[in-house]
Each structure stands twice: as C-alpha cells, then as structure tokens.
Design a protein around this ligand. Sequence first.
Ligand code: LFR
Length: 486
Amino acid sequence: GAEHHALALDLGSSSVRAVLGSYRQGVVSTEEVYRLRHQVVDDRGTLTWDLESIMDGVRRSIVEATRRLGRAPDSIGIDTWGVDYGLLDANGSLLRAPRAYRDGRMSRWAADLDQAIAPETIWRETGILPQQINTVYQLYADLREEPGLVDRVDRFLPLPDLVAYLLGAPAETGRAIASTTGLASPGAQCWSAHVLEAAGIPERWMPPLVDDATVAGKTSEGITIVRPGGHDTACAVHALGLTNDDVHLFISSGSWSLIGVTVPDPVLDEATLRSGLTNEVRTDGGIRLLRNLTGFWLLQECQRSWNEPDTGVLVKAAGECASPGVVIDPDDALFATPGDMPGKIAHWCRDHYRVVPEGPAQTVRLILESLACAHAAYAQGLQNVVGDLLDPASPIHLVGGGARNSLLPAMTAAACNRRVVVSTPEASALGNILAQLEATGAVDPASRGEVLRRSVHLVDVEPSDSIVQPDAFDVMRERLLNITAG
Ligand code: LFR
C-alpha cells in the first residue's frame, strides 16, 4: 500500500530534533534524522533564544530527511515548548530574538499585572493557571519595559507558529499552543478581550486561531506544513491515542513533569483553581487538565554543574545508594533559575530538614523520589476534582524522557499507588507525526488508538516494582506537607 512520510520538528529547550515518521500498513515507525543542540543566550541580561541556530537546524532537518528518503517528506509539523513567542513588525519581519521564559523580567512586573487583573480573574477568563512564565506575564513585562512596542508590533506569534511562518505558513496559530499563553478563552475558542485589555496588549496583535491537526500551508519547496498542536505537551498527549471523551491520567515526563487528566471540556470550578491546575487544549480540541511541575530540569542542571552528561550512570548509582528519606518541593522558586542546582538542593534540605544528600548519587535519588511524590500529590488532586469521570483504579500513562528512566516510572507507581503504563519516550514527535497523518488524510482520527497500539510497545509497571515502597513515600510526603503547609 501507499507509504506516507511525515517529518516532526520537535523543538526542545536544548535541542532541535527531527524525527521522520513512516506510515505503512497501519503502523508508524520513527527514526531520528537530525539533532542540533542549542542554548539560551544571555543577551546583556536578557535570556533569549538563538532563533537563527534553531531555524538553521530546522532547515537542515528538512534537507536531511529529503536526502534519506530520496524525495521530500509528504508533510512537516513543528512543535515546541510552550509560552514563548516572536513579535513581527508591519513588514512581517521578526522584531528581535524571542525571549526565554526563564528570563528574569517577569519577576519585576508580575505584581503589577496581578494588581491590574486578579490572578483568579485570569483563571476564570482563560482556564489557565496564572504562572510567571505564561505569555501574558511575559508580554506585560515587555510592554512595561518598552512601551514603544505598542506601535512597532503588528503581530504576536507563538513559537511553533513563528517557525511555521518563517517556513511559509500564514501568520496564524493553533488552539493548543494559544491556550498556553493565558490570553485565550477556555478551550481557546477566541482571544480573551478582557485579559488583553487589562494587560494592555493590543488585540490587533493577536493572530487568527485555527484548529490543530490541519494543513497550514506550504514551504517554499512545496512541502505541506501541518499545525500538529504546536505545543510539545499537546503532541505528547496526542500520542496516547485517545479519543475526545477518554478520561485518563498521564504524565509527560521531561524537563517539566506534566501530570494531568484528559477531559472533554474545561474544568473551571473553585476546587480546580485551588488545586493549582490548568486547562490546556489538546491537539484534538479536547482538554488536558494538568499541573506543570518542574521535572528533569533539576537533574539536567545538576548534570551541568557536575559536568556529567551520562544520565544512565547517575540513575544507576542513585538506585544503589540509600534513600535520603526526605523530598524537596520541585516547584520551589529557588529551583526555577539556572545555576548551582546541587548547592540549591543541599541548601533547601539543610534549611528544612537538617539533612543533606550525600554526593551526586543521593542527590539524584532525592530528585527522583521528589518527582514521584509530587506526581502522587497531583494524581490525588486530579482524582479529587474530576471525581467519577476518572476510574480510581485506572493506570497512569507515562510518556516522554522519563519513560527511559530505570527508576522513575516504578517510583511513581509506588508513590501514587497506581499501575503505570510506560509508553514512548518519543511522545511529542510521535503525536506530531500522527497529527500530520490525520491532517493529510493518511490516518482516520477514529483509528488513532489502533495505530498507536500497533506502533508503540507498552510496559506495565506496578507499585511493588519500585525500590521504594508506597509506605516510605507516604512518610516522605507527610514530612514535606508539614513544611509546605507550615
Ligand atoms: C514542556 C513545556 C510545558 C510548558 C513548559 C514551558 O516542554 O512545553 O508544557 O509549560 O514547557 O514552555
């Protein structure tokens, strides 16, 4: 039968990755064809992305995929981390390099925005948890520091749509990535005039909102560009192969640990707000109600300090040393910025428990146990807010880098006391590819689940598979709760 080749450009905060998906006889196979490392740049005190390198990596990816196939792929799709963006002038040119969400400027202006519009109001208007990394806080800070932008900017574009635009697509945006801005209505049906006005962001900057898993346009070489759900987390969730009304717990485990539940519609009640959850839009238009937890960022930053790129070696050592018996709150503001992560973790533990993890092995163990405990807290919170919609005995589907970790899935199972179904580490790329196949008509959305089950090897992990047992996690969670509540 016919073969379809879809190229996923999966842009992460440290690399541009190109994964070529080939669809034949109902099965998707994937192959990484290109990878380019990139880094955030400190431009005189402002953290920005090196968009030139990123675009260079994107263009080389297309060339490399074409070389391997002996022809151009049938389509490409771009997904990136959320919340960052580019600003275009009236000529349609990029005004300046996109800024990075870990830049410090939001901390200078967040309180002012919270005065202009209460965080609770933003939440009710958008369904999105107000967090300083969100686009609304970033744009507000930009405008306060540079009021002249009001006149110089003609269009705002979320990062994945900016890349698509630079390749030839019209300056529009998909609903999934638009939802992460904190500027759109729940379910991202339209921009929120109320939030835009309160934040002083001109409504005319905002691009048209379009459905995801649709064709956006063509590159200059004539390759079809699909909007796959430009947000990497949306693509990762798409790779679960669910249909719109399936209610499932998932964890997309990477630099961030996104723990959530798939639901058909936004959940906007008080309890959900108080639980620190956010309603992001899925590729298929449904909702992923989730918590954005700091994840392997903690480990990556430690590795940078230790100059130890080999994660496998560290995780193995972590499995062989004693548990420190305490956990940190991965979301503590102390851990949000780059630099000396081992020192920050030791400091936090000394301050709160008078205990310090010993060396890299125990620090890594502490990080993994802390993530497992944080997963458990939010799995519980999610179960509470969605109630009967979610079967309490149902498993958690785990995708992303954590699926490759030899300890985290079982630790998560033990801490949550639920079975964990470990799926693909390549979830963002696979979801991106699947969305392209759906948009171009190669795969019927109704058979998404079957295609996924034929293409991905799933592994069940039970709480008893963990080297740390559920009751030990209960004790650690309890100790942490005493601190965070106190
Ligand atoms: C994951 C992710 C999260 C988003 C964070 C910042 O890569 O996209 O979903 O909240 O990065 O953009």
